[in-house]
Design a protein around this ligand. Sequence first.
Ligand SMILES: Cc1cc2nc3c(=O)[nH]c(=O)nc-3n(C[C@H](O)[C@H](O)[C@H](O)COP(=O)(O)OP(=O)(O)OC[C@H]3O[C@@H](n4cnc5c(N)ncnc54)[C@H](O)[C@@H]3O)c2cc1C
Length: 305
Amino acid sequence: MQNIIVVSQKPSDLGELIAIARRLGEPLILAFQESAVSINEITGYGHKVYRLNSDRPEALYYAIKSLYDSLKPKLIIGPTTKNVKDALSLFAGLYDIPLATDVSSIEDRGDEVIYKRGFLSERVIMTASVRKPAILLVKPKIVSPAEKIGKSDVIDLEVTAGDVKLLERKPKVLSGIKLEDADIVVGVGRGFKSREDLKLALELANLLGGQVGGTRPIAADYKWLPEDAWIGISGKRIAPKLYIAIGISGAPQHMSGVSDSKIIVAINKDKSAPIFKLSDYGIVNDLYKVLPILISRLKARASQK
Ligand SMILES: Cc1cc2nc3c(=O)[nH]c(=O)nc-3n(C[C@H](O)[C@H](O)[C@H](O)COP(=O)(O)OP(=O)(O)OC[C@H]3O[C@@H](n4cnc5c(N)ncnc54)[C@H](O)[C@@H]3O)c2cc1C
C-alpha cells in the first residue's frame, strides 16, 4: 500500500483528512501546530503519528522534507490553510512536485491522481490530473470524518527551523467569534456608512441567533470588526445554513468564503450588483430602509411567542 503523509494542523481537521487518505493508501500523520499539542486527541486513528515540536511554517517545511526523503510517499494531503500552504509550496517548488489547493475530490489512477477544484466562487469546477508524487491541500467539509480505530505510535521529530530566528511573538487580539460554527451569519460590507451603523446588523444577528462577519474592507481596512470576523479568500471560509449579505457587492474574493452556505440572501441597493447572481434571494433596496423593517418584524414575532 502506498504511504500517504497527512499534515494535520488542528485536531478538528484530522478526521476528514484521514477519511480521504484511507481511501488512497496508508496514512502517516505529521502533527503540526495545534495537533502537536493536542496529541491525545489525534492518536486514536491507529496510524503512526510524527509529532513536530514547533508551530512555525519553516519547521513544517524541514519536517516534510525529512519525511519525504525517508518514506517516499506518493501523496501528501493537508488542509488549505495559510501555514500549510506556505510550507508545502516552498517544498513543492524545490522538489518539483505538483501542488493543488482547495481540492474538493481526489481519485487515484495509479501513476496519477485526478482532482477537482472550484474557481470563481465555485461557479466553475475544474477537473485536472497530476502525476505522483503530488501534494493536495483540501477544502474542509468535503467528506465525513474517519472513525477512530485504535491507538497510534507517536514519534517525535527534531527539526531546526533553518536560518530564520524568531525574535518576538505577540498574540493577535481576537474576539473569539466562531463564524465557522454559526448556523446563521449576517455579513456586512461597505454599504454601511459608519461603524456605528453596524449595530443594525448586530441587532438582526441577535434576533436570528446568528453572528456578524464582514468583507475585507470592513474588517481589515476600516477595522470596524475584529480580524476573525473577516470572511473570504484571505479571511474565513464559512458554511452556514443562512448567509445574509448586506451592502456587499459580491466580489469573488469575498464570495469564495461563503459559497458553501446553504442559502444566501443579499440586500443591496444596486440591482446590477454581482451578489444577486450568486444569491438564492435578493432584496434590491437601501439597507437603511430594509433593516429597520426586518428588525421590527422579528421583534414583533418574538414578542408574540
Ligand atoms: C488578493 C485579494 C484578496 C482579497 N481578499 C478578500 C477577502 O478575503 N474578503 C473580502 O471580503 N474581500 C477580499 N478582497 C477584496 C474584494 O476584492 C472586494 O474589494 C471586497 O470584497 C468588497 O467589499 P464590499 O462588498 O464590502 O465593498 P464594495 O465592493 O464597495 O460593495 C459595497 C456594496 O454596497 C452596496 N451599497 C452601498 N450603499 C448601500 C445601501 N445604503 N444599501 C444597500 N446596499 C448598499 C453597493 O451597491 C455595493 O454593491 C480581496 C482582494 C484582493 C485583491
